[in-house]
Design a protein around this ligand. Sequence first.
Ligand SMILES: NC(=O)C1=CN([C@@H]2O[C@H](COP(=O)(O)OP(=O)(O)OC[C@H]3O[C@@H](n4cnc5c(N)ncnc54)[C@H](OP(=O)(O)O)[C@@H]3O)[C@@H](O)[C@H]2O)C=CC1
Ligand SMILES: CC(=O)C(=O)O
Ligand SMILES: [Mg+2]
Length: 482
Amino acid sequence: MALMDLQERNERLFYKLLIDNVEELLPVVYTPTVGEACQKYGSIFRRPQGLYISLKEKGRILEVLRNWPEKSIQVIVVTDGERILGLGDLGCQGMGIPVGKLALYTALGGVRPSACLPITIDVGTTNEDLLKDEFYIGLKQRRATGQEYYELLDEFMTAVRQNYGQKVLVQFEDFANHNAFTLLEKYRANHLVFNDDIQGTAAVVLAGLIAALKSVGGTLADHKFLFFGAGEAGTGIAELVALEISRQGKVSVEEARQKIWLVDSKGLVVASRNEILQPFKKRYAHEHEPVKDLLDAVKAIRPTALIGSAGVGRSFTKEVIETMSSINERPIILALSNPTSQSECTAEEAYTWSQGRAIFGSGSPFDPVKYNDKLFVPAQANNAYIFPGFGLGVVISGAVRVTDDMVLAAAEGLADQVTPEHIDKGLIYPPFSIIRKISANISARVAAKAYDLGLASQLPRPKDLVKYAESCMYTPVYRSYR
Ligand SMILES: NC(=O)C1=CN([C@@H]2O[C@H](COP(=O)(O)OP(=O)(O)OC[C@H]3O[C@@H](n4cnc5c(N)ncnc54)[C@H](OP(=O)(O)O)[C@@H]3O)[C@@H](O)[C@H]2O)C=CC1
Ligand SMILES: CC(=O)C(=O)O
Ligand SMILES: [Mg+2]
């Protein structure tokens, strides 16, 4: 709340504080505290920090957008609040997420604060507690779905283009997966859209896996990946890993997918399942007998990497991690779910139960752990490493579309920043303290790819894209009045 006040009162000072103390303040502005802020948003609400567009504004969305005082917008982060971190449907209170993500766009990626627009689309909520809460700030009705929902989203996308042109990046954030995949597929061909939970998470995890293999050995194709959670994050990562395996090994993506297994709420995703599987899962429904729970799936599949993205806290039990450690000398264990309460295990559990052998990363931060007199520094496997630099790359190149190749370029840009010293310490990402340098490099890789693909409209192409990205980054300094 103090930081929200500072952001409102003195924006430059807020960003100066955030940039200079990024490792200390990231857990406040972002996960895990932002999750708690969203849960309590109604009672701590002071002033609107972003733009709310509700069902009641259907037919007038362009007019509503025009009410926003800034006219030159480069990045919009939009949510409908249905899957806020691993906390479920928080309706309008999800606004904390676009606000927090855009604060990182500026602090970590150098996009001007005035060019950032947080938006929450309010179509109601299924959260009974919020519907009964007198302080709930959103529409007190059950969520609109189907045609009514998609028409509103269509009107929103059209209004964004009419108001800001085709070069504003729309980042979808924390939509439920029954809409997220559909919206991405629907708009990616004709609009500049990016789904952070699907594509940003994929890039950060692929980069972490590439770095982890420098310690563990082998190529991606030599490994076997088991995902606990087969939704946006899980299958988004799976698809990018499969794409990278196919590029490295010159095999088809279908063949590369054979290295990847998914567990969802019903157990291992297998071909014999008696149900219609969503397309994003179906590709991974391999031939195997049914397996009900995670521990049995680990025993049956014998993965080298276990990646948690189910939003179910403490699901990597002692037995699961011990089994991973009995199969692998250096098990790769990523507990991606946010916030900390939903993390699949703690850093301490991962290191202790694997007797210090796990290569561990988590979506929310954990303090370093001392085990057998050795200090282990857990990596934060969070898309915050990717989206600020990715967005900056799109902005500086004037890219008009986001492609998988650009997402792959972002992953490679991050993996390249992991040095032998980081690897020696067991780190799979560089520290957040140098995030602006990391973002400039990611941005340059993304922009280069956009130019190579003929998708960049900002001409001529700068010679040194890293330097150019750095020169474009917003830095909070007071103006000299003399
Ligand atoms: N670290 C990072 O950068 C990121 C982390 N995340 C985190 O990942 C988590 C999931 O997000 P997302 O993928 O978007 O969510 P989704 O809702 O798209 O997917 C959740 C998946 O988990 C499965 N699941 C739910 N409960 C269980 C259970 N008890 N056992 C096994 N599987 C279960 C669901 O199964 P079913 O399909 O059967 O319903 C679904 O496949 C969240 O906590 C989020 O915060 C997300 C994005 C980025
Ligand atoms: C990090 C993120 O985007 C999420 O947990 O949803
Ligand atoms: Mg998210």
